[in-house]
Design a protein around this ligand. Structure first.
Ligand code: P6P
Length: 330
């Protein structure tokens, strides 16, 4: 029988109380970042509800438009984007909102008007998998606004090392948030009965190694040769392949179980397919905070100096020992 005092120390901690507790550790904190994370949490709950009802509400399928990348926008891409804009738009500390779905960043307010942070996001990454009920996700990155920079795109084109918070919401068999504000990674699960994200893991660490690799091998013939040699090594070394084609799901599995996730350069996407600012960088911050590593080509992902909002980069992330093996080949 567990003694009551043990229970006292096993806090039932919601995302809200966790964020306030983290804020209290920083005497100079104004609460602005806490407000932003609270808004992201609200957006996550709202999007989770829409994702679960998508087929019932007949909002699967194409929206009939293309995004700036020339990719077909799905109804749920637009819905998720609008939900995030509505949840974040009125937070007084946000200067710029930048979305995969919008060609240009949205400048909400200048630093002189309180615009302290930029929030970049992929509202519903992997949405093409929704019709097959595969886990999809929202990826977010928070950086500090540059008060000297009037141009919205230049303001958000900061290296990943300038992120102050990053994470994802995975709409899978359960709805979870993995979040870092620079002091480790914490994981929360949405308890739909009470409408709260409850903390289930603190200071999450990725296993040092793992024999699961995650890559779209259909592109293997057009990968740079080093990646092909790595795949030959993996095939002959008893590795397991797992690839869902939904980055948040593939990265989350890698974070929890160890191994690597790769999206190398291909003939179709010579710079890689994944976007630096709102996919690769937030995932890189999370992985590094969990003891993992993330590279884009020969460069640490978070050191890449962005040139454009929708810039693509190759991605190699995961357990340090596994990433080191891949880097030996490439
Ligand atoms: P491919 C989804 O479209 C996405 O942006 C990521 O979520 C995913 O990792 C990748 O593209 C899958 O791309 O070329 O393997 O279908």
């Amino acid at each position: 029988m567990q003694h009551d005092d043990d229970l006292v120390h096993q806090n039932l901690m919601s995302l809200q109380t966790h964020v306030l507790a983290e804020e209290a550790k920083h005497p100079g904190a104004t609460g602005d970042l806490s407000w932003i994370i609270s808004a992201i949490s609200l957006a996550g709950k709202t999007i989770a509800n829409k994702v679960r009802r998508a087929r019932l509400d007949d909002v699967l399928g194409a929206h009939g438009t293309e995004n700036v990348q020339g990719e077909e926008q799905l109804k749920m891409d637009v819905i998720a984007n609008e939900i995030i804009m509505r949840c974040l738009g009125d937070r007084a500390s946000i200067a710029v909102l930048a979305s995969e779905e919008d060609e240009e960043p949205r400048i909400l307010r200048r630093s002189g008007d309180g615009g302290k942070y930029c929030v970049l996001f992929d509202p519903l990454d992997g949405s093409s998998n929704l019709d097959s009920c595969v886990g999809v996700g929202t990826i977010f990155s928070v950086t500090v606004n540059d008060p000297k920079e009037a141009d919205g795109e230049k303001t958000v084109c900061q290296p990943g090392t300038r992120q102050v918070a990053a994470g994802y919401i995975l709409y899978g068999s359960s709805t979870i948030i993995c979040l870092t504000t620079g002091d480790g990674v914490d994981m929360f699960v949405l308890d739909q009965a009470i409408g709260s994200f409850l903390r289930v893991r603190t200071k999450l660490r990725i296993p040092e190694s793992g024999t699961t690799y995650s890559i779209n091998e259909a592109n293997a013939e057009t990968f740079p040769e080093g990646y092909q040699r790595y795949l030959q090594f993996a095939h002959s070394s008893g590795y397991t392949s797992r690839y869902i084609g939904s980055m948040v799901s593939d990265v989350h599995r890698t974070l929890i179980r160890g191994g690597i996730f790769l999206y190398p350069p291909t003939a179709k996407n010579p710079d890689g397919k994944l976007r630096l600012l709102y996919e690769a960088n937030p995932m890189a911050m999370l992985l590094e905070q969990a003891g993992g590593v993330s590279y884009s080509g020969d460069v640490r992902t978070m050191d890449v100096q962005p040139e454009r909002l929708h810039q693509r980069v190759p991605v190699l992330l995961g357990s340090p020992a596994e990433v080191a093996k891949v880097r030996e080949f490439i």
